[in-house]
Design a protein around this ligand. Structure first.
Ligand SMILES: Nc1ncnc2c1ncn2[C@@H]1O[C@H](COP(=O)(O)OP(=O)(O)O)[C@@H](O)[C@H]1O
Ligand SMILES: [Mg+2]
Length: 259
């Protein structure tokens, strides 16, 4: 089960003056993985937080399967894994995952929890507290927790930021399998253009603040995707397209459609 997300003329202004997101209309199809890329500070996290129902838009409307974000959030239908993993420090990795399942009123199946811990490469750390883990390990624990409730909508904000290169590759390899199997609608904010293209069905390039859509690029590669995709000419061509759009969004020379 997955859900579509529709943002209509959504805007956010902080303290009456900082325009983080200017009126933006964008929708995300059910079951698709969309990557959002854009310069630092352009409003990506703000957009994701509004979709998560954690921040109220200053204008416009967001619906998730025709409901406001709060509704799906309360029913544990959406999960977030943000840059700054908000794990409870006094609870082990396992207990953090169990708490998410409790809050969602879902069964705490030990096998399933072990599988998730294995998936994110934290074997042997199930009973360790976040304070004793590295930043990257904490991020991986937060990803496991986000996936545990089998959300219909998964919001990932630079979830691989502090993860080391090798694990990052491993996660990038394994995670799409989960999204595909469960038909989760996934929004992924990432700094890495290659990650955006490799993982998603669609890449949305945002301009410098206030964020506007500079380019909306379909990623046509069949799934499951294999690591050799990264060396193919078509892959490089799409990456170039993304880089070009990013440059336009920074220099302010937006294409007509985005003006
Ligand atoms: N709670 C807040 N209060 C005031 N300004 C904020 C707040 N959150 C974000 N901003 C500002 O909004 C802009 C967009 O921030 P953010 O969405 O975090 O960007 P990104 O995730 O693309 O790096 C930035 O200028 C940031 O300083
Ligand atoms: Mg951010």
């Amino acid at each position: 089960m997955s859900v579509p997300v529709i943002c209509t003329e959504v805007a956010k202004t902080f303290r009456g003056s900082i325009e983080a997101v200017s009126p933006m209309t964008v929708s995300f199809a059910a079951g698709q993985t969309t990557a959002l890329v854009g310069p630092s500070g352009c409003g990506k996290s703000t957009l994701l937080r509004m979709i998560a129902g954690l921040e109220t838009p200053s204008a416009g409307q967001i619906t998730i399967a025709d409901q406001p974000p709060e509704v799906i959030r309360r029913s544990a239908g959406l999960s977030v894994a943000f840059q700054d993993p908000s794990l409870l420090p006094w609870r082990s990795v396992r207990k953090n995952i169990e708490l998410a399942l409790d809050l969602a009123r879902m069964p705490k199946t030990p096998n399933q929890i072990e599988q998730l811990i294995h998936l994110v490469g934290l074997d042997g750390f199930a009973d360790t507290r976040p304070a004793e883990l590295s930043g990257g390990m904490r991020q991986r624990a937060a990803i496991a927790r986000a996936l545990s409730t089998r959300p219909k909508l998964l919001l990932l904000d630079e979830p691989f930021g502090a993860v080391d290169e090798l694990t990052r590759k491993q996660l990038a390899n394994d995670l799409p399998g989960i999204w595909e199997a469960s038909g989760t609608t996934t929004l992924l904010v990432t700094h890495s253009v290659s990650e955006a293209v490799a993982l998603s069905d669609r890449v949305i390039v945002l301009s410098a603040r206030p964020a506007q859509v500079v380019a909306d690029i379909d990623i046509p590669f069949a799934r499951p995707r294999t690591p050799d995709l990264l060396y193919k000419a078509e892959f490089t061509k799409i990456m170039d397209e993304v880089y070009e759009a990013l440059a336009k969004g920074v220099s302010g020379t937006l294409p007509k459609a985005a003006q």
